[in-house]
Design a binder for this molecule. Structure first.
Ligand SMILES: [Fe+2]
Length: 477
């Protein structure tokens, strides 16, 4: 039905009244979209169109719709032609808008990270997630990073480390072209954030001006030993710019509005400014559940004089959000592409929160001091999954539970170090830590949020294997 699109459709930026329908073509054009309210399929559809798809924006675009009705199912079509495509043997895909903010409605969502397809049959985890969606329903999916592996030249579709904007676009075209991924995202509203491999392995800026970037020395050595050209062994700022432009075209363009948006000019081009406070962090709500999606990557600095993961602007936005949602929302999710609580004594890369111990301690202290309750960290990246509970010391000596749910990878090599070298993190505000399970295998996570008659949320985390089978589950009351 969507043969004229190179990639997509993706249902992005969904809330109680808005949707961003995304697609990418391989030539000039305009995206046209039609929405039919379920129960009124013969009625007049809502119609919309994108800005022109141009070479500058990689022929990617969104059709935004505002003023939709809450908790309403819409069937949709998206096409480069100005007449809706005919569904052949299947209905149009659909999405359901969210409840109004604050309304206590039970729901479930899926999450996970890291997709590195290496065979024509790859993507079975997405097929399992889609089967789960059809049978049990999923309000949306969270994709927590490494949506592509731009640097993994063996199977990234271009046979080399991505160096130019066109290279990054070509990697997205290869990876996101896998049928199970496209099929899933037609009907599962998506929220995305990037991790390191959207740019390069474990990359960081070297100082806050964001003019110089680096990759770890062992990547450089390995690439040289494998006979890769010198330009694949360094990371000039223009390559980061190209990667983030491709991120914008594929993941950022359909996201909800950013907290502190980075500059995008009138051609849709994405600019980095020195010392800018902006980041790719954003928030959204599903009824009575509030989500903050961190940008742990584009503000990250690891230099001799400076070391930060979030940057000042994002820290201010995060603290303000935590305070503002704490009493208003009975359940909150802090979405971090890399793990906060999971510690490994053999973590040489120091690429996760444990590599930023002062910043992690600052966050834990802030959560404890402000008694942020019913907070769940959602994370990926490790290529090993877990549920971990910690208790924070509240200001009056009371316990404040904090959970971390990790689901990863969709499909990637597994990380045995996580299993063999996990140890407790050191923190003055943590009373005890309990690793409830750890699983090594391709997977996705499903979180159910159910509100009892007392209005309290019961949160259930179920880890599902690449065949959809439940392998672990924890219930938090
Ligand atoms: Fe990964």
């Amino acid at each position: 039905m969507f043969e004229d699109l190179l990639l997509g459709p993706i249902v992005g930026g969904l809330d109680e009244s808005r949707v961003h329908l995304w697609g990418r073509a391989d030539h000039l054009g305009t995206l046209h979209a039609w929405l039919w309210e379920a129960g009124d399929l013969d009625g007049e559809p809502l119609t919309g169109e994108s800005l022109p798809l141009t070479a500058e924006n990689g022929f990617a675009g969104v059709v935004p719709f505002l003023n939709l009705k809450p908790q309403t199912t819409y069937f949709y079509a998206l096409s480069l032609k100005d007449v809706p495509p005919t569904p052949e043997g299947e209905a149009y895909p659909s999405f359901t808008t969210f409840p109004t903010s604050g309304k206590r409605e039970d729901f479930s969502f899926a999450f996970g990270s890291c997709f590195y397809p290496t065979t024509p049959e790859s993507g079975q985890t997405f097929a399992a997630m889609d089967a789960h969606r059809k049978e049990h329903g999923l309000a949306f999916g969270l994709f927590l990073g490494d949506q592509i592996y731009a640097d993994k030249y063996e199977h990234n579709g271009i046979g080399q480390v991505a160096l130019t904007l066109q290279d990054y676009r070509d990697v997205y075209a290869h990876v996101w072209g896998y049928k199970p991924f496209r099929e899933l995202l037609k009907n599962l509203p998506a929220f995305m954030t990037l991790d390191d491999h959207e740019v390069d392995d474990d990359w960081t800026w070297t100082d806050g001006t964001r003019t110089k970037a680096k990759i770890p020395p062992w990547d450089k050595v390995l690439r040289r030993l494998n006979g890769r050209p010198a330009e694949e062994c360094r990371l000039p700022a223009r390559r980061v710019q190209a990667a983030l432009q491709a991120y914008w075209e594929h993941q950022g363009m359909h996201a909800p509005h950013f907290e502190l948006p980075l500059n995008v000019d009138d051609k849709g081009l994405y600019h980095l400014e020195n010392n800018e406070p902006g980041s790719l962090a954003y928030t959204f709500e599903y009824g009575a559940a509030a989500f903050f999606v961190l940008d742990t990557r584009t503000m990250r600095v690891k230099g001799k004089a400076e070391r930060t993961m979030l940057g000042k602007g994002q820290w201010a936005a995060l603290k303000e959000w935590l305070i503002s949602v704490n009493d208003r929302y009975p359940v909150k999710f802090l979405v971090s592409s890399c793990a906060l609580l999971f510690n490994m004594w053999a973590d040489i890369a120091k690429d996760r929160w444990p590599g930023f111990p002062e910043e992690r301690e600052y966050l834990l202290r802030f959560l404890a001091a402000n008694e942020i309750e019913n907070l769940f960290v959602l994370t990926g990246d490790l290529h090993s999954s877990h549920a971990l509970q910690a208790n924070l010391f509240g200001p009056n000596g009371d316990d404040i539970p904090l959970w971390e749910f990790c689901a990863t990878p969709f499909e990637q090599r597994l990380n045995w170090l996580a299993k063999c070298t996990h140890n407790e993190l050191g923190s003055e505000v943590i009373k005890n830590q309990d690793l409830r399970f750890l699983y090594l295998g391709n997977n996705f996570g499903v979180v159910n949020v159910d509100f009892g008659e007392d209005g309290k949320a019961v949160v259930t985390y179920t880890l599902r294997s690449e065949t959809g089978e439940a392998v672990h589950s924890v219930v938090v009351r």
